[in-house]
Design a protein around this ligand. Sequence first.
Ligand code: SAM
Ligand code: SF4
Length: 359
Amino acid sequence: MAAISEILNKKEFSKDDIIRLLSITNKDEHELLIKKAYSVKVNTVGRKVHLRGLIEFSNYCRKDCYYCGIRKGNQKINRYSLSDEQVLQVVELARRNGLTGVVLQSGETSSQLFTERVTNLIAKIKEITDPGFRITLSLGEQTPETYRQWFEAGAQRYLLRIETSSEKLYRKIHPDNELHNFKTRLECLKNIQNIGYMAGTGVMIGLPFQTIENLTDDLLFIKERKIDMVGMGPYLEHADTPLYNYKDLLMPQTERLKLSIRMIAILRIMMPDINIASTTALQSIDPSGRELGLQAGANVMMPNLTPLKYRSNYLLYDNKPCIDQVADDCLYCLTKRIKMIGEDIAYNDYGDSMHFINR
Ligand code: SAM
Ligand code: SF4
């Protein structure tokens, strides 16, 4: 078996190398990988953390992904959609706190009305922010025309996780119908890239039925498709979803956390100049989960700025953190945590992915 130090000195990782790195069980080897990834991060994107304010602006969803707490079939939640005014208030709060961009996220809705509404909302956000203020969308699968309309209205970035690069696994975690089609999802990601968005994707880690080989292919997919930004984190159970029935197949959450941290570290080494988010799901396993993500190579965080009273209706998984913390406290707490690990928030910096700029 190849020594970890030998693999870490390579210019390119082979598939076998990635499998070996993901399969690490030894603490010293794990630390060696994390150290290497952190030094790659410091030498490329630096010790700066870019903050984007997350606005979960609607939990209406037409889809029924087996893992997600806001899936259409979950009758136990109250559906909401923030008014334009509420969204603009959050944008104003983000701006006042020195954030240079927001992420508008929602369940998946597809209608002419929704498309127009988002287009108008983007225009309104542009009116109250400086010309460079970055708008990221995470609104699921849409037609190329819709993606283009939103891009032309002023959104610069789009996040669409592929969830897994394995079509076989994708089919296991989604209903078998037209709305949940792996090829359509890939096609959407391609369209997002072709239109000119800074494109983000990601996967869930530790899903039932998922293998280390699947995760290896996920990392290779992200590199091959020249993705600019990545948000990946542990899969977490939600009791009111069909995938919950397979909870006995899961590895312990602490193992899922470690595996997620290794995924981040390996990806940082494979793609030194991309943006990688340290996701909220990491924190729901361990209060310091997001700091561990930063120390493994992540450089982006998305503090949740959704008005408090709506947060409990946007629970993608059980025990989601920060659902009772007002936005100001959330920002304050993050700032402290970031400082504690010797990093700084990149204020006055749009934090565009260097990978996007360089290509
Ligand atoms: N509806 C849009 C979509 O699916 O692209 C955007 C919102 S969706 C809630 C954002 C992401 O949440 C999904 O891409 C998925 O990876 C993640 N997610 C949903 N349920 C999850 C769970 N149980 N554990 C971890 N992540 C989850
Ligand atoms: Fe809807 Fe996105 Fe959840 Fe799937 S992951 S059910 S599309 S919100």
